[in-house]
Design a protein around this ligand. Structure first.
Ligand code: FES
Length: 73
């Protein structure tokens, strides 16, 4: 299913990036989702959230940013 019509980005592409450990902001930068009209943002965030729940390790990985990684060590 196409999530972002403006950039022709599918839910499969978003899921693939979540499984690689990327969060919404990273995916937005990488794919350009929700960077034009913005109507897809809610749906795209929902896809990221649902996939993160199914793949908690990927979500944990994406939650570790350089800032909080330093605090964890
Ligand atoms: S549909 Fe995604 S930015 Fe327009």
């Amino acid at each position: 299913m196409i999530v972002c019509v403006c950039n022709r980005i599918s839910d499969r592409e978003i899921v693939r990036h979540v499984r690689a450990g990327l969060g919404f902001d990273d995916i937005q930068l990488e794919l350009g989702v929700a960077t034009q009209c913005g109507r897809c943002e809610g749906c795209a965030r929902e896809v990221v959230e649902q996939c993160s729940r199914m793949h908690p390790v990927a979500a944990l990985h994406s939650a570790i940013t350089p800032t909080n990684a330093a605090a964890m060590s």
